[in-house]
Ligand binder design. Structure first.
Ligand code: DP6
Length: 330
């Protein structure tokens, strides 16, 4: 096997305030600021091995899953490696990229954020850059954004905010020890409309008028609510309302775009209804990305596991195909 030049890994993230719509597609400049929770347990791994030309193949490692990349997907990945090397002054660098995820490809979880973030870090290491947090992180995050917008948030943990000037970590929000993340996988089908296409189409919706202002207002309100959430149950529940409205706002943009499109399947509605009936003092933060699966961020109360177990059993009795994946490392 050819010589290993560099390797890196990066986690996925779930947006609670969504990046949806771009002011410029080149460089993926977002129409509005977004906020995400980093999913530390869902990671992509990238190796760069010595080669004469750039190329990609799946990384073969026990317990890992090969990403299913289309021809266009491979080209986009390779083009990103070239872009990062060029930006870091190593235009002559070439390598074979190998990548894999620790979550299955058929689970419908977006791997572009984690895989572009891991690729950016791996190429930077191959260029001799110290990728540890600090000044270089900001530069690498901005570079990662050019490959896939949401990947720029994956370089920060546990919370990342991405404003026009770039992504950064947010302090003072609930800690990972206080939270549990679950994604209810109701379909593993490939998206009919990619998120890049969704960004292009949403601006054609009548509802896009005012979207940027709504997202900005929600971001401020959500940050404020989350800052008090550890000691204030009602602030956490306020956050749950904001996250719910934001997710529906984005899906309403999809459904009213011209041409319209959407990601809901019956299982999505089933899970949303169950989560709405969650009977605990702290309600989950529920959101969906550009896909049919439902993400929920729970407060780790003493009885969370019991309640979760009950919910999982109830869902399984209605639809045994629903899979549960946890997004935070313990
Ligand atoms: C719905 O980052 O996948 O997940 O920049 O075109 O690669 P590109 O789009 P991408 O968009 C993610 C959209 C989203 C919301 C979010 O993660 O903020």
């Amino acid at each position: 096997m050819s010589e290993l030049i560099a390797e890196a890994k990066a986690p996925s993230n779930i947006a609670l305030i969504k990046y949806m719509g771009k002011t410029e597609s080149s460089g993926n400049r977002p129409a509005n600021a977004s906020l995400s929770l980093t999913l530390t347990a869902l990671e992509s791994f990238v190796e760069i091995r010595r080669a004469e030309t750039w190329g990609w193949r799946p990384l073969d490692r026990d317990g890992f899953f090969a990403p299913e990349l289309s021809e266009a997907g491979r080209n986009r990945f390779v083009a990103h490696a070239e872009r990062v090397a060029r930006a870091l002054g190593k235009e002559g660098l070439r390598g074979e990229i190998r990548s894999a995820n620790n979550f299955p490809p058929d689970c419908g979880l977006a791997s572009s954020a984690s895989s572009f973030a891991a690729l950016t870090l791996a190429v930077a290491k191959a260029c001799g850059v110290d990728v540890d947090p600090g000044a270089e992180r900001a530069k690498l995050s901005r570079l990662s954004q050019q490959g896939s917008g949401s990947s720029c948030r994956s370089l920060y943990s546990p919370w990342a905010i991405w404003r026009d000037e770039g992504a950064q970590a947010v302090e003072g929000l609930p800690s990972l020890a206080e939270l549990e993340h679950v994604v209810f996988v109701v379909s593993g089908d490939r998206k009919a409309v990619s998120s890049s296409e969704a960004h292009r189409r949403v601006v054609s919706s009548e509802l896009f008028h005012g979207r940027v202002e709504r997202a900005a207002r929600r971001l401020d309100e959500l940050l404020q609510a989350l800052r008090s959430a550890s000691s204030d149950v009602s602030a956490w529940n306020q956050a749950a309302e904001i996250v719910w409205a934001e997710s529906w706002d984005m899906h309403a943009l999809f459904e009213t775009a011209r041409p319209s499109f959407g990601y809901f399947v019956p299982g999505s509605i089933l899970v949303l209804r169950e989560l709405r009936q969650w009977e605990a003092s702290r309600r989950p933060l529920v959101t969906m990305d550009a896909g049919p699966n439902v993400h929920a961020v729970f407060w780790r109360d003493a009885d969370l596991e019991l309640r979760l177990e009950r919910l999982i059993q109830r869902l399984a009795s209605i639809d045994p195909t629903i899979k549960i994946i946890r997004g935070l490392k313990r």
